[in-house]
Every structure is written in C-alpha cells, then in structure tokens.
Write a protein that binds this ligand. Structure first.
Ligand code: MRU
Length: 349
C-alpha cells in the first residue's frame, strides 16, 4: 500500500495526518484524523486549506469512512453517502471539495458488487490517484504559467497557493516557483491576506524555504506598488471558476484585479481543471463562504477590535472574467472570451 508524505499531509493507510496550518509558522504540529468527521472538522476549521488540498483530504476522508464502516460491520454504501454529505458541507466555495468527493462516490458505486476489502482498496487507489494527478497538474500549470511571464519579473500574489494548498508545487505559487527556477521571476510581493494571514504566515514560510526573494505587504499597499511601477504581473489561484471565466478566490482578489487593470498590469489566474465549474454560467451562482466574525475581530485569541464592535467576514470574492488576462490550467492556457475555451479544456484529454 502506497504511503504519501506531502508538505501539508501524510497518509499511511490507517489515518490522515494534517499539518495544522493555523499554527504556522510558529509551530509545526500534526493533527491525526481517523474518521471522515475529523477530516471535515479540520477542513472547516482551516487546519488544512486551499482548494485542491481540501479535495485531496476529503478523498482520504471517504477512504477513512469506508474503512470504519467495514470495521464496524456497517453498510459501506450508506456510510459513504453520509460521509460524502459531511465532507461536502465542510466548506462551500472551493468546488474541488465536491469534485473529489463525487469522484470517490462514483468509484464506490462502480465497484459496489465487489467484496468490501476490494471496494476499500479501490477507494484508496482513487484517493492516491487524485493526489498524484494534482502533482502532475501543478507541474504543468507551472510550465504554462512561467511561459507567460516576462524576464526579470516582479510578481505580486495573494493568499497561499503553494505546497500548503495543493499536493506539490502549487498553482499560482507553482508558476512563481517554476519561473524563479528559470531565472524569470526576480522578486515576489506577498499580500499578507487578512484575516487568516495566508500570505504573511504561509506563503512567506514557503518562499523562505525555497530562498525566493520576497517582501510581505499589507493588502492595502498593492495598488500603490502598482502605481509606482513595482509590479509586472499579478498571479493568484482560484477556488471555483464559472463557465464564463468569473473567478472566486480569497477575499481581496477582486480589488487586486481592479487595481491591475487600472495600471495595465496583467492579472493571471492559475488553477487545475478540477477548479473549473462549467455547470455554473457565471460567478453570480458561486456560493461565498462567510466565516466567523472573530477571525476579523481577534488574532490568536487576542481581541483587537472594541468589545462591542461586530465584523462581516466573507472569505472569498468573485473577480469578473473581463479583468482576467488569462486562466492557466494544467491542460493549457485560456484567453478571453473564456466560455467555449473553458468548456473545451474540461472535455479535452
Ligand atoms: O481560505 P483558504 O485559505 O482555503 O483560501 C485559499 C485560496 O483562496 C486559494 O487562493 C485557492 O484555494 C487556491 S489554492 C491553490
């Protein structure tokens, strides 16, 4: 049986270990999940995060549910129905989560006539395949994206789209990594990404490990840097891309895209095909997660806003397709108008 040891998770057959991203960069603590409920809870609490990675971890959540059903003598099919709902409901915006769970459920259905051992084995193979395909998708996205960037590029990115958000290199950060290794990217501006600070804590941690030169900026500094000529390209990831090319991504992305347009700076989105949701005509239909107000009002348990202040905390926004210069996928790059091209990419081999 294959073992996986990725930067953000480990799988050894009986449980899933998740690197607790709430604690980075101060501590590297691993959380053990033995049931689908524990995996779903870890996804909701953002122990683990990033669109492709929550899909991968949910797939292993399904394997854990099947193993548990077999141990307890319960019906695998009905336990998987239950687990699939628990996992899909963990977070609403990133479509990779339901995409991965549905893929696992199709396998369970396809092989339901087999003995239980074989169904469990087949599910485990599928979860590992989802992980491996994502590694390969990262590599391809990196190559396609790096080809778009100019020499000596200063790039700005938002949130964390690196190895902590996927299986391997990353999506937007995978493009940056690849272009840096090719000598094309010389500097990275990292948006701190309030309120969870994926940029300041996680992207900075990854860039330091790789020795890529960068500085963290507050989210509100991005437009000013663009105006000063300090940014050659903006590249971000995505949680869901609608058929017309509208992009849901971390809150603050839309603001960056508007600023990039104002300063004639290319705004690129990098994502695997599993992030495309061509069932949705536009971004208007993408569910946007609203998280607990305490993420805004406090940090590390310390209240930063006045006691009686309230907060509104949408975790994502939608950038209209017209602001996106290109969508970089593992099957190739789409330029506007997007609709036909995205549908073709999804259906191509
Ligand atoms: O709330 P998060 O940290 O899960 O949000 C992550 C993002 O918005 C990423 O940009 C997106 O998931 C792409 S990760 C390759």
């Amino acid at each position: 049986m294959a073992e996986i040891s990725a930067l953000a998770f480990k799988w050894a057959g009986e449980h899933l270990l998740l690197l607790d991203q709430r604690k980075l960069p101060d501590e590297e603590v691993w959380l053990k999940c033995e049931t689908d409920e524990e995996v779903a809870k870890a996804i909701s609490a953002m122990v683990t995060r990033g669109a492709p990675l929550i899909g991968i971890t949910a797939a292993f959540g399904i394997v854990l549910a099947a193993k548990q059903a077999k141990r307890k003598g319960l019906s695998i099919q009905s336990e998987l129905e239950r687990a699939s709902q628990v996992l899909i409901n963990a977070r609403p915006t990133a479509v990779n989560l339901s995409w991965a769970v549905k893929r696992m459920m199709n396998i369970a259905k396809q092989f339901q006539h087999l003995p239980e051992d074989k169904i469990v084995g087949r599910l485990e193979e599928e979860a590992i395949a989802i992980y491996r395909e994502d590694c390969e998708a990262n590599r391809r996205i990196g190559e396609y994206g790096a080809a778009l960037l100019p020499e000596n590029c200063k790039v700005l990115t938002h949130c964390n789209t690196g190895a902590l958000a996927v299986s391997d290199l990353g999506t937007a950060l995978g493009v940056i990594r690849t272009a840096y290794r090719q000598g094309k990217v010389k500097f990275v501006w990292v948006d701190e990404t309030r309120p969870f600070l994926q940029g300041a804590r996680l992207t900075a941690w990854e860039l330091l490990k790789e020795g890529i030169p960068f500085k963290i900026i507050v989210d509100g500094a991005a437009a000013w840097l663009m105006q000063k000529g300090l940014v050659d390209a903006v590249i971000v990831g995505a949680d869901r891309i609608a058929r017309n090319g509208d992009v849901a991504n971390k809150i603050g992305t839309y603001m960056l895209a508007i600023a990039a347009k104002r300063h004639n700076i290319p705004f690129y989105v990098a994502a695997p095909i599993s992030t495309l949701d061509i069932s949705l005509p536009s971004g208007d239909q993408i569910p946007i997660e609203e998280r607990n107000e305490n993420e805004v009002l406090s940090w590390h348990g310390v209240r930063i806003a006045p006691k009686d202040a309230r907060a509104f905390n949408p975790a994502f926004d939608v950038t209209p397709a017209e602001l996106v210069k290109a969508i970089i996928t593992d099957k190739g790059v789409a330029f506007p108008p997007y609709e036909d091209k995205l549908v073709k990419l999804v259906h191509s081999d």
